[in-house]
Design a protein around this ligand. Structure first.
Ligand SMILES: [Ca+2]
Length: 95
């Protein structure tokens, strides 16, 4: 399997692994993905609320996909800012 397909499969697996019996992610389940799989530990309340387009308090696959797109873009711009393959040492750096 191509590497990009493995990555996509992993993202889909996270959704399946963390979703509730209702087949969607509530705020607690979403937080678990972000904290355990992304190693991000800051509060994502406003992000969750923004991503929850229909305001039902849960993220369905379509809304979850928007999260992943945002994360890909954020990672891209961070890498671009820090230099591809390089390390960030400036303001906002995690190093
Ligand atoms: Ca929703």
């Amino acid at each position: 399997m191509a590497k990009i397909h493995q990555s996509i499969q992993a993202v889909l697996d996270f959704f399946d692994q963390y979703k509730g019996e209702d087949g969607v992610l509530d705020k607690k389940e979403f937080r678990a993905i972000i904290e355990k799989e992304c190693k991000v530990h800051y509060v994502l309340e406003k992000l969750f609320e923004k991503l929850d387009q229909n305001k039902d308090g849960k993220l369905d696959m379509e809304e979850y996909s928007a999260v992943i797109c945002l994360m890909i873009r954020a990672s891209y711009y961070r890498r671009k800012q820090c230099g591809f393959g390089g390390r960030c040492t400036g303001k906002g750096s995690s190093k």
